[in-house]
Design a protein around this ligand. Structure first.
Ligand code: ZN
Length: 501
């Protein structure tokens, strides 16, 4: 058994190495690669991906997993070895259900569709991507149907990123959340909007980088095991537990853009950096779900990084970083500016209160497309109608409507969006639990100290990697299943104070 277990580990390390090497190529492509490198780079990444996939779905891997079943069953559920076998088996089963040639066809289609989207969006040309999106919808249904026995056709797609969740459970949670958010948005937007013009003064990039890096260093992001570079679309990427990088972008006339994306990505990175070193190179060395991952980025970005105690500590330092720029802006004005709530058209620019409504619109449209109750040709109008109904706004065109997000054009339709809102909900639940254990956390944040929170997160969440599924982890950490109550209480306390609700 021990030899077989070692053989499984060796095979998994090899697959991991290929994937991580592909990750380095992808990071380089998004940061420093000259444009001339593009054609070969695409092929090189595809080659590594194909070899890794072949190794994963090989008959030898299937045999090993079968041979190791008795060992898995004999070990405690949460032992490292049982968890490794369990998670490897889940990945193996997922990957072997889909014929490789269909997967390859889908990846090729995605690349084509993504390219078309990058051209269609600036031209406001939905028509040119419509046939591609039809094909994406077919692929999405086809992929779902390799996993029969579902309740809703979106279930297998949701399961890929948020294992253990289903369309019906997400729909229920979202409906409950929506019922709380709609009156809140209404009450806030009936008031005079906050003045956030102070964020749009001139903020030189060099100082922005230095200020953001000072904060994430204080958070506990370890620059000996990471680095930050610039890119068009900020992301976090991991090559090993000793090298977890983040990327961001800066706008010299928008302070919030770069700063909060740095804080956001550092949250994703600290999650990965906090995974137990014992899992290095194995499938357990990953965050457990899209939702739990997003709970960490949103916690460090919003719950901590947009809180009043945080800025009581950092605002004088921010003022000193940009001499003269914020002299006439009080802490209170600044705090209101970074927490301005408004009905808007763009998800990525939206505030904590309205953000989830943007996500729900997309989630509901995805379900309808997959169900066949909405046709691709009617999607642009359905988008506008949903925005009017939920946010009282209509985009002037499709560029800021249905062409706004890359997800449907570079991936599947289904499973892509729910994780963002689940992340917010989970962040509220985890933070409330941390506060119960350590009520001193907000006071420490007010002194620029984050050790207690970071250590609690590492001990309770990060170190487990993907040993536990998201529902298991939430239950284990908070003693209850997924619930919106703590997140709603957080929003009500914060925005109730800001807007005297
Ligand atoms: Zn994120």
């Amino acid at each position: 058994m021990d030899t077989k277990l070692q053989e499984l580990k060796n095979r998994l390390y090899e697959i991991n190495d290929l994937n991580m090497a592909g990750g380095v190529l992808g990071w380089d492509q998004a940061t420093y690669m000259p444009v001339g490198g593009a054609p070969a780079r695409g092929r090189q990444m595809a080659t590594l991906g194909r070899i890794a996939h072949e190794k994963l779905v090989s008959p030898e891997m299937g045999q090993l997993l079968e041979d190791l079943k008795p060992l898995e069953d004999s070990l405690p559920y949460d032992s490292d070895d049982a968890s490794l076998i369990r998670v490897a088996r889940r990945t193996y089963e997922r990957q072997t259900q889909v014929p490789s040639d269909r997967l390859a066809a889908f990846f090729q289609h995605s690349a084509e569709s993504y390219q078309a989207w990058t051209e269609a969006r600036p031209k406001n040309d939905f028509k040119s991507v419509e046939p591609l999106l039809e094909k994406t919808l077919d692929f999405s249904r086809e992929l779902a149907n390799y996993f029969p026995g579902y309740e809703h056709v979106a279930d297998p797609l949701i399961d890929f990123s948020d294992f253990g969740m289903k369309a019906s459970s997400v729909r229920q949670v979202f409906a409950d959340l929506r019922a709380q958010l709609v009156p809140m948005v209404k009450a806030i937007t009936e008031q005079a909007p906050a003045d956030d013009s102070c964020l749009r003064r001139t903020y030189p990039k060099k100082q922005q980088i230095a200020f953001g890096e000072k904060i994430i260093r204080a958070y506990g992001y370890d620059f000996n095991r990471g680095r930050q570079d610039e890119t068009h679309h900020p992301f976090m990427t991991k090559f090993s537990l000793g090298d977890v990088r983040i990327t961001t972008r800066f706008n010299e006339n928008d302070l919030g853009d770069g700063l909060f994306s740095t804080l956001h990505e550092s949250g994703h990175a600290m999650y990965e950096l906090g995974i137990s070193q014992d899992f290095e190179g194995s499938p357990l060395a990953n965050g457990t779900s899209a939702g739990v991952h997003e709970s960490q980025s949103r916690m460090w970005e919003n719950i901590v990084g947009r809180s009043r105690p945080f800025w009581e500590h950092y605002y004088p330092q921010l003022q000193a970083t940009f001499p003269g720029t914020l002299d006439d802006v009080s802490l209170d004005t600044f705090y209101r500016a970074i927490n301005k709530v408004q009905r808007s058209l763009i998800r990525t620019d939206s505030d904590e209160v309205t953000y989830n409504l943007h996500v729900m619109i997309r989630f509901e449209l995805e379900l309808q497309l997959l169900e066949g109750t909405l046709a691709i040709k009617d999607l642009p109008e359905a988008w506008h109608a949903a925005y009017e109904e939920n946010l009282g706004l209509r985009a002037p065109d499709d560029r800021d409507g249905v062409l706004q997000d890359v997800h449907w054009y570079g991936g599947l339709i289904g499973g892509a969006f729910q994780g963002y809102t689940l992340g917010n909900i989970i962040s509220g639940q985890f933070y409330a639990t941390a506060l119960k254990a350590h009520p001193e956390i907000p006071a420490e944040v007010g002194q620029g100290k984050f050790d207690t929170l970071h250590t609690w997160l590492r001990e309770n969440i990060y170190k487990h990697g993907s040993k536990y599924t998201a529902p298991e982890l939430i239950e284990r950490v908070t003693g209850s299943s997924l619930t919106i109550e703590p997140y709603i209480a957080y929003l009500k306390a914060k925005y109730g104070e800001l807007y005297q609700l």
